[in-house]
Design a protein. Structure first.
Length: 146
């Protein structure tokens, strides 16, 4: 009897967990140089920055060993979920993709690149709490037009 109750409880929790995970959370994609060229900027077509697509992009240059990067990751995920369909967040591991880090002059982590314009971008260095980070998102991407 006890075993059946535990199995039933486990099944309910598992079903609830699966439902919670599928309620709109968008997994942040980790870019390689190849996928970066397809989705953000094909720098082989010229040296000047010219982004691909229309949605605002956040690039998270991080390292797996970087504690502030790990602390920032949930904020990036929350922003991705909150602004789903209005912006895109991508992650780039500087140890795996040093060429991309060099293109954006990344020398410390985390470095966050905000791309809204076709030909320019803004960068922010270091950890920010969620409120600070969302304020940057609103400033760079969704400022009120007068």
């Amino acid at each position: 009897m006890k075993k059946t109750a535990y199995l039933l409880l486990f099944s309910i929790l598992l079903a609830f967990s699966a439902t919670a995970q599928s309620t709109g959370n968008v997994k942040i994609e980790e870019l390689t140089t190849k996928t970066f060229k397809d989705k953000v900027w094909n720098f082989e077509n010229g040296t000047a920055f010219k982004r691909i697509g229309k949605l605002p992009i956040i690039l998270d240059f991080h390292a797996t060993w970087c504690r502030p990067c790990k602390m920032l990751a949930p904020h990036l995920q929350a922003i991705q979920n909150k602004y789903k369909g209005k912006l895109i967040v991508y992650k780039i591991d500087v140890d795996q993709e040093p060429e991309l880090a060099k293109k954006f002059k990344v020398e410390a982590m985390p470095t966050i690149i905000f791309i809204n314009d076709v030909k320019s971008y803004k960068s922010e260095l270091g950890y920010k709490d969620y409120d600070e980070f969302e304020k940057l998102v609103k400033t760079y991407f969704f400022k009120a037009k007068k």
